[in-house]
Design a binder for this molecule. Structure first.
Ligand code: HEC
Length: 306
């Protein structure tokens, strides 16, 4: 059979005609699709509102920490296997980390579902920002990863942090080993063997409970600030921004009233807003603001909360 393409052949054979028309039909459909998307601003600008589940109840409240001296620890803990340490680590990991990182470390915890970036999957080797060694993870827990929603756990005792690190490393394949130098530097930076004095902290949940029962003056202030923000949010851009970056305005105002340190600088403000995220009433959207807006909001909140 002659398969050479020609118009007469095509007209003789209707099936081939259909086959060539198919291409144009497809083209028209794709074109229509683009037209539709273009006409629909909600899709174009990604403004379809996300349905955000309230995951507040999944975060296990932390304990109130009195100011204390952390006892020095034995550096062998960092390298030598120790079952008691692992058991403690599992217990702490399940209480503090599993809500986001998942109970098997796959980054699939319920509270992390709406986060961007998603909590790290400890089972994968690639993509770590600070790294997978004990010393590197220690640093992550000390400082958090501010722009990501990974909170700092600097208020936990070194022994507890090392316990969690050792436990989460059991999820890894090819877990990298710390060198002698890594461990010495870690010890020098964080005074692990020597022990160190740490300030007391009080988690937001506990603070809110305490205030509710003990401090009606502060409660009064919270109500006033909330009323003010609610009244002004229509015409005041900063009040509007406050609603944008919070999920629970009462908790957020309580968080701010509970400490003065954040008023020292914009950085202190960001670090307060980013720690204990979710239970502190903020939602992490602060990082989406331009620096200018973020600083402006900081000044504004300072002025109404002073
Ligand atoms: C509120 C959710 C949340 C909680 C709770 C949480 N994390 Fe994370 N974690 C994150 C997010 C988000 C990231 C960032 C992922 C990224 O950078 O891509 C992260 C990253 C990490 C990383 C990777 C750092 C690196 O080098 O990339 C480690 C290690 C980590 N978390 C440990 C922990 C431990 C241990 C706990 C419990 C003490 C914990 N996290 C609790 C959300 C959370």
């Amino acid at each position: 059979m002659d398969t050479k393409f020609s118009l007469t052949e095509l007209l003789k054979n209707p099936l081939a005609q259909l086959a060539s028309a198919y291409f144009f039909i497809l083209l028209a459909l794709v074109g229509l699709g683009f037209f539709y998307i273009n006409q629909n601003p909600a899709i174009m600008q990604n403004k379809v509102p996300a349905v955000v589940k309230d995951t507040t109840n999944l975060i296990v409240p932390l304990e109130v920490q009195e100011p204390r001296i952390n006892p020095g620890i034995d550096l062998k803990l960092l390298t030598v296997p120790d079952q008691a340490l692992l058991d403690k680590g599992k217990q702490l990991y399940d209480a503090n980390c599993a809500s986001c990182h998942g109970s098997t470390g796959s980054g699939d915890g319920v509270a992390g579902a709406v986060m961007n970036p998603k909590p790290r999957n400890f089972r994968l080797e690639a993509g770590w920002k600070n790294g997978r060694k004990v010393s590197e993870i220690y640093y992550t827990l000390q400082s958090g990863l501010i722009a990501t929603g990974m909170p700092a756990y600097d208020y936990l005792a070194p022994y507890d942090r090392i316990a969690m690190i050792k436990y989460l490393r059991t999820f890894m394949t090819n877990a990298p080993v710390d060198t002698e130098f890594d461990i010495t530097s870690l010890d020098q930076t964080y005074l692990l063997t020597q022990g160190a004095k740490v300030a007391g902290t009080i988690p937001v949940d506990a603070a809110i409970r305490l205030m509710a029962t003990e401090n009606s003056a502060k409660l009064q202030k919270i109500t006033e600030v909330l009323d003010f923000l609610n009244r002004t949010k229509i015409e005041n851009d900063n009040a509007k921004l406050f609603f944008k970056i919070t999920n629970n305005q009462k908790n957020a105002v309580t968080t701010l009233l509970n400490s003065n340190k954040w008023m020292n600088s914009h950085n202190d403000f960001i670090s307060l807003v980013s720690s204990y995220m979710i239970s502190n009433g903020f939602n992490g959207k602060i990082v989406e603001l331009s620096d200018e807006k973020s600083v402006q909001l900081f000044q504004y909140l300072k002025s109404i909360l002073m």
